[in-house]
Design a protein around this ligand. Structure first.
Ligand SMILES: [Zn+2]
Length: 496
C-alpha cells in the first residue's frame, strides 16, 4: 500500500473553525492520520506541502454535465425560459459530445477544488446505455467521484405546465402540443440495462435516477422511477419547488397538495432522495423532508441567475433536513465553482427580510454544508479530514494573493477564495490535479474539441433555437401569470 506523508501544511479542522499546522498521512485511498508537525513516519513517501492549506474536497450537490457544452447560452432567462430553450442546448448530440460535455464539467469542478459531484445529465430524447457509459468514462478520465442520475421525464415541459399549451398562440400551440417525451418504458429500460451492466462503481461512479421535475412525470412514471431505484439501489434527486409557477402548477394538478406531498404519496421521498433547489418549499414540506430523512441541495447561483428566489436554508436546517450545496449546471449558472456557491449561500442567507444574525449562514457552517452536507446527499462518507476518511482533498496555495495574509481559514475560504488558489487535488489517495494541471487528459485538446463540437451543434440546433426564441416570451408570460397565484406567505398562512 502506498503511504504518503504531506508535511508542513495547515489542515482544516473537521468543524472548519480553524486550520492548525499538521502533517497528513495517506495510506492507500484513505486518510490514515492527522499528525503533529514533524512526526517521523517510517516508510512513508514525503510530500512537501509547506505554504498549503489542505481542505476536504468540495462536493457539488447538484450539477448537470450536459451544461458543459452549454455554458453562456442565455442571458435574461428565468427557469421557464431555460426549459423552453433546453431542447436545443442539449439537442443533436452524438456519443462523443456526451463524453466531451461531461469531461468539461468534470475538469472545471476538479480545478476549482471539487472531488465529487451529483450529476443529473440529460440525453435527448432518452437516456442510453452507451451515453451513460461515455459519461462515466469521462468522470474516470478526470478522476472525479460522481452520482450519475439521468434526468428523465415522460411529459414535455408544455404538457407538464397547467394551461400552457392552451395559452400559446398559433402556430406555436400546434407544434408544442404535438411534441412528445420519450416513452416511459424506453427510459426505464435504458437505466435498468445500464445498471445491470454497470462497471464503474469501483471507480467511485454510481448510477442514480432523477425524475427531473415532479410535474414532468405522470404518476405511473414517477412510481416506475421509484421502483427502478429500489430494484437497483439508486439514489434519487428531483428539482422540487425551484420556481413559483411550479408550486402553483402543483396545486392545480395535485388538487391542493404541494409537489413534495404528491411525490411522498407516490413513495418517492425517503433517505435515498434529495430535492434540488427547494426554493419554495413550505414549512410542512421541510418537516416532511426531515421526517423522511431526505436531503436538499441549495444552489443559490442558479436561483439568482434564473430569478427563482432564495431557498429557506436556515429553516431547512432547523427542521432537521440534510443540506448540501451545489452549483447547478452550466446552462443555468454557467460555472462549476463551489467556492462561489458557498459565498452566494452565505450571502443569500442574510437577505431574508426577517433574518436575525442567528439565521445567517456562518462561514465555517457554510464550508461544512459544501463538504459534509453534500457528501451525505451523494451517499459518501467523506467531507472531513480525519483518520479513516477517504483521501479526497484539495490543496490551496497560501502564497496566492487570496491568502496574503492568512487571517482566518473559514472566512477566507468562503469570502475570498474563488478557486484560483487551488493547486493540487487528490481523490481516493491519487493525485488528479498537480500544479493546476489535470493529469488524466489533455486540456488543450479538450478545449479544441469543445469548440469544434459547439460549432457543429449550433448548426444542427439552429432551427430549434430560433423556434425557442420566438415562443419564449409567450411561455414566460403564462408562467408569470401562473406564479402570481402562489406566494410563500399565502401558502404558509394556509399551512398554519
Ligand atoms: Zn438543476
Amino acid at each position: 500500500m502506498v503511504r504518503l506523508l504531506l508535511t508542513g501544511a495547515r489542515v482544516l479542522a473537521p468543524d472548519a473553525l480553524s486550520a492548525p499546522h499538521a502533517d497528513l498521512l495517506i495510506e492507500g485511498d484513505s486518510i490514515a492520520a492527522v499528525l503533529p508537525p514533524g512526526t517521523v513516519v517510517d516508510s512513508a513517501r514525503p510530500f512537501d506541502a509547506s505554504d498549503r492549506l489542505i481542505i476536504p474536497g468540495l462536493v457539488n450537490g447538484h450539477t448537470h454535465s450536459h451544461g458543459g457544452l452549454g455554458k453562456g447560452s442565455g442571458d435574461k432567462w428565468d427557469l421557464a425560459a431555460l426549459l423552453t430553450h433546453g431542447g436545443w442546448i442539449g439537442g443533436g448530440r452524438v456519443l462523443q459530445d456526451k463524453w466531451l460535455s461531461t469531461a468539461l464539467n468534470a475538469v472545471e469542478n476538479l480545478k476549482k477544488g471539487c472531488t465529487a459531484v451529483y450529476d443529473l445529465p440529460v440525453e435527448i430524447p432518452a437516456p442510453t446505455v452507451d451515453g451513460l457509459d461515455a459519461m462515466a468514462e469521462a468522470y474516470a478520465a478526470v478522476g472525479l467521484r460522481a452520482v450519475l442520475a439521468p434526468m428523465v421525464a415522460d411529459l414535455t415541459f408544455f404538457q407538464a405546465t397547467p394551461g400552457l399549451i392552451e395559452a400559446l398562440p398559433e402556430p406555436f400551440r400546434t407544434r408544442a402540443e404535438a411534441m412528445r417525451a420519450a416513452p416511459a418504458q424506453t427510459t426505464i429500460d435504458a437505466i435498468a440495462t445500464a445498471s445491470r451492466g454497470w462497471s464503474h462503481a469501483g471507480r467511485g461512479i454510481v448510477l442514480g435516477c432523477a425524475p427531473t421535475i415532479p410535474l414532468h412525470g405522470t404518476d405511473a412514471f414517477l412510481r416506475a422511477c421509484r421502483k427502478l431505484a429500489l430494484d437497483h439501489d439508486l439514489l434519487m434527486q428531483s428539482h422540487v419547488g425551484e420556481a413559483r409557477y411550479q408550486m402553483a402548477g402543483g396545486e392545480i394538478r395535485y388538487e391542493g397538495a404541494t409537489l413534495l406531498e404528491h411525490m411522498d404519496r407516490l413513495g418517492l421521498v425517503g433517505p435515498w432522495f434529495s430535492v434540488a433547489h427547494g426554493v419554495w418549499l413550505t414549512e410542512s414540506d421541510l418537516a416532511l423532508l426531515a421526517e423522511r430523512g431526505a436531503g436538499l441541495s441549495h444552489n443559490p447561483g442558479a436561483n439568482m441567475r434564473l430569478a427563482s428566489g432564495i431557498a429557506p436554508v436556515r429553516r431547512a436546517i432547523r427542521a432537521g433536513v440534510t443540506v448540501g450545496i451545489g452549483t447547478d449546471g452550466s446552462s443555468s449558472s454557467d460555472n462549476q465553482n463551489m467556492f462561489e456557491a458557498m459565498r452566494l449561500s452565505a450571502f443569500a442567507s442574510r437577505l431574508w427580510e426577517d433574518a436575525e444574525e442567528e439565521d445567517w449562514l456562518g462561514t465555517a457552517e457554510t464550508m461544512r454544508l459544501a463538504t459534509q452536507g453534500s457528501s451525505k446527499l451523494l451517499g459518501l462518507a467523506g467531507g472531513t479530514i480525519k483518520a479513516g476518511k477517504p483521501a479526497d482533498i484539495a490543496l490551496l496555495d497560501l502564497t496566492h494573493v487570496n491568502w496574503a495574509p492568512f487571517n482566518d481559514a473559514a472566512n477566507q475560504l468562503v469570502w475570498t477564495e474563488d478557486g484560483s488558489a487551488v493547486i493540487d487535488v487528490m481523490v481516493g489517495g491519487a493525485w488528479k490535479l498537480r500544479d493546476r494541471r489535470v493529469l488524466g487528459l489533455d486540456e488543450v485538446k479538450l478545449a479544441r474539441d469543445a469548440n469544434a463540437a459547439a460549432e457543429r451543434l449550433r448548426s444542427v440546433n439552429a432551427e430549434t433555437r430560433a423556434w425557442a426564441q420566438e415562443i419564449a416570451p409567450h411561455v414566460a408570460c403564462h408562467c408569470r401569470v401562473l406564479a402570481r397565484g402562489w406566494t410563500r406567505s399565502k401558502r404558509l398562512l394556509r399551512a398554519e
